[in-house]
Write a protein that binds this ligand. Structure first.
Ligand code: SF4
Length: 284
């Protein structure tokens, strides 16, 4: 049985950077609290907790001297509150999210109503909205876009939304509202990383008889990766760890593919490869 990895899989650069920053702080400065899970993966969160990174739901429950903001970023009020409480900040906001925050702030300061193509309840979108000082609105529905601000309308995106979907939204929005818009600014703040994992998984599905998708079941991007594989018709197994692999899955399989979500750590993927190699050798 041949084992083949997707061309792009596992940690995206933003999540890898966030985990590295927290690890560096633990190593050199000691314990810290992370505001929410630093990555949607229990293995990584448990490993960081064992080293002194506790997950805190809010600032009220923080007892540590330092606080890490996740790669999703945070709103302006949180930065102010951290400073007021004199807490050290480990800011792991992904540079791509930071760019979207800067765009939101700049556009609102320059008189635009800022439309965010995204889910209003998502932590990243909540953060983006806060940088618009009340001039932002998040929606996925082009028919729900409020009127421009003095004729000025700007659009940005939640970073993990697909680029094609973003531009389709913009097109429909413009068709509906063009008579009200005098000036418009569009900033494509989508991140290519999630899409690259889906494209690579689709390409891999063409070359193999079965695919293992490795990642946490509470990770939205890994669940979507598994759905993407299933949609191609290839036999797909969504697993959290190597322990879940069953030998009977590979009867009649000549080529097996492996891919992993943007929140899946390298170790989990390596353990899956090791287990597949053991099965190939006739081990258990
Ligand atoms: S998916 Fe993109 S925007 Fe999100 S953390 Fe990863 S690199 Fe950053």
């Amino acid at each position: 049985m041949t084992i083949e990895l997707a061309q792009v899989y596992g940690f995206c650069p933003g999540v890898r950077r966030a985990v590295e920053m927290v690890n560096r702080h633990l190593h050199s400065d000691g314990p810290l609290a992370t505001l929410g899970a630093i990555v949607h993966n229990a293995q990584v969160v448990d490993a960081l907790a064992a080293r002194g990174a506790r997950v805190a739901e809010d600032l009220e429950s923080v007892r540590e001297p330092a606080v890490a903001i996740t790669a999703h970023g945070a709103g302006k009020a949180l930065y102010q509150e951290l400073a007021r409480r004199d807490l050290e900040l480990v800011d792991t906001t992904c540079p791509i999210v930071k760019r979207a925050q800067e765009a939101a702030k700049h556009l609102a300061e320059n008189g635009y109503a800022v439309i965010i193509y995204g889910e209003a309840a998502h932590p990243e979108v909540k953060g983006l909205l806060s940088w618009t000082e009340g001039w932002g609105h998040a929606t996925l529905d082009p028919n729900a876009v409020p009127p421009p601000r003095g004729g000025k309308l700007a659009v940005i995106s939640q970073t993990t939304k697909g680029q094609e979907a973003f531009w389709t939204f913009v097109k429909h929005m413009v068709e509906r509202m063009k008579t009200n818009i005098q000036e418009m600014h569009v900033v494509d703040t989508t991140c290519p990383e999630t899409g690259r994992r889906y494209d690579s998984a689709r390409a891999l599905a063409q070359r193999v008889d079965a695919i293992l998708v490795v990642g946490s079941r509470n990770s939205a991007n890994t669940r979507k990766l598994a759905e993407t594989c299933q949609e191609t018709g290839v036999r797909t197994h969504f697993i959290e760890s190597a322990d879940e692999i069953e030998g009977r899955w590979f009867s009649g399989v000549d080529r097996v593919g492996v891919t992993a979500g943007a929140s899946t750590p390298d170790e989990a993927i390596e353990q899956v490869i090791d287990r597949l190699r053991a099965l190939r050798r006739g081990g258990v």
